[in-house]
Design a protein around this ligand. Sequence first.
Ligand code: FES
Length: 316
Amino acid sequence: MSYPGKQVRVPKGLSILEASLRFKVPHASVCGGRARYSPCRVRVVSDRASLPRPSRREAFVLDRVGAGDPSIRLACQLRPQTDVAVIPILPPHIGADFVRNRRRTNIGEERYVVSMFVDMRGSTRLGEERLPFDIVFLINRFVDAACQAVTEAGGQPNQFVGDGVLALFGLDVDRGTACRQALRAASLVASKVAYLNHQFATEVRDPIQYGIGIHAGEVIVGDIGFRDRTVFTALGDAVNVAARLQDMTKTLECRVMLSEEVASTAGITLDLLKRQRIEIRGRVEPMTVLTAEDPTVLAGLIDPQGETSETELEVA
Ligand code: FES
């Protein structure tokens, strides 16, 4: 097996990545050879005629990273039976970071994710009435309640934007489950904020108000940032739309707004929700959304196992 500046003799059947590891050739590998993130990919610069063809898994991963060039292969999947010369494509430190920092480096992946924005209303007005310390305390209690709701439902709080939270669902579950988790989380946010309002009834003149926007779709998830200041997050149209929906809860005077995509993927009936077509800034086509004044109604549309309840199916 030939690498730039190095040649090694390996038994037949060894993958190129295994050969690199055995002979200490620096080589990026993040997922441990499971053909998930593709940083191990190499360019084959020798004759490719006798190489085994990519398996379905390898072809799928290469296709996702847009490697239309047949000379690009995954080193962890390619097990040459004859001499081969390769050049690793990505710098080897992607794997080294993983070992050094003991955390997974997410170099970017496209997947279906449900994004939910939860935003506290009126924190600016609160700032006029109360001391900064009180505001920070209140916002922290709100964010805490929202994050607890998200975690209990099975999602992940992802980013804190001022007095709001972006939560992601579906990083490790299927689409239907992710959508039901998000709906359950919205319902839990409502219950937890109601409890907060009960606790602060004598402290705060007006109850804490909030808005929730939920949308789902294919987005890019990965680590964004510089050096050790990176955050794992999701980028894409579906995330932006969720933020807009949250924003529009103010004008449409509701507490939760979700896309039809989320409702139909969750498998819930829509009878208890108000349905409407709206224009979304930055999108050509209007979008069908569902709104509710009280997000706790969403919990009634899904059963504890996350499936549509029998009653709802009968209604449907
Ligand atoms: S090591 Fe992860 S795709 Fe090859």
